[in-house]
Design a protein around this ligand. Structure first.
Ligand code: HEC
Length: 118
């Protein structure tokens, strides 16, 4: 019996980690797919990302946003970032980021990584 409950505890722990968003994996995705246009600390084709979690959309100084994103009333949090990465054009018509992330787990990991950019 004792062995079984240890096994059960291990399985539960494994399931919990497998579900939790993974910022390390998020960073890998960022560095392969986002880095062509973004960087944590410099405005490039897209705006820099340090501090983006919790910031108002379209408000990074020194970057020229689309009118649509600038005028939006979005604040970047878990739900808004997930919608944006799923389909920016559907979320904010007239925006100018031409990129989507199809897999929900990849979006969750990316958001976990963006949160670390304080
Ligand atoms: C092809 C270039 C390109 C790629 C690739 C790209 N982006 Fe963007 N991103 C942009 C542009 C351009 C904007 C500005 C949109 C606007 O002003 O309408 C933007 C804006 C954003 C914003 C809003 C930031 C703010 O300050 O309001 C977030 C968040 C974002 N991108 C995340 C990502 C992530 C995460 C990835 C990788 C999965 C990614 N982007 C990939 C071009 C890109």
């Amino acid at each position: 019996m004792k062995r079984l409950s240890v096994l059960a505890a291990l399985l539960i722990r494994y399931a919990a980690t497998a579900e939790a968003a993974d910022a390390v994996h998020g960073r890998e995705i960022y560095e392969s797919r986002c880095i062509g246009c973004h960087s944590p600390d410099a405005n490039r084709v897209g705006p820099m990302h340090r501090g983006v979690f919790g910031r108002k959309a379209g408000s990074q100084a020194g970057y020229t946003y689309s009118k649509a994103l600038k005028a939006s009333d979005i604040v970047w949090g878990d739900a808004t970032l997930d919608k944006w990465l799923t389909n920016p054009q559907a979320f904010v018509p007239g925006q100018k980021m031409n990129f989507k992330v199809a897999k929900p787990e990849d979006r969750a990991d990316l958001i976990a990584y963006l949160k670390t950019l304080k």
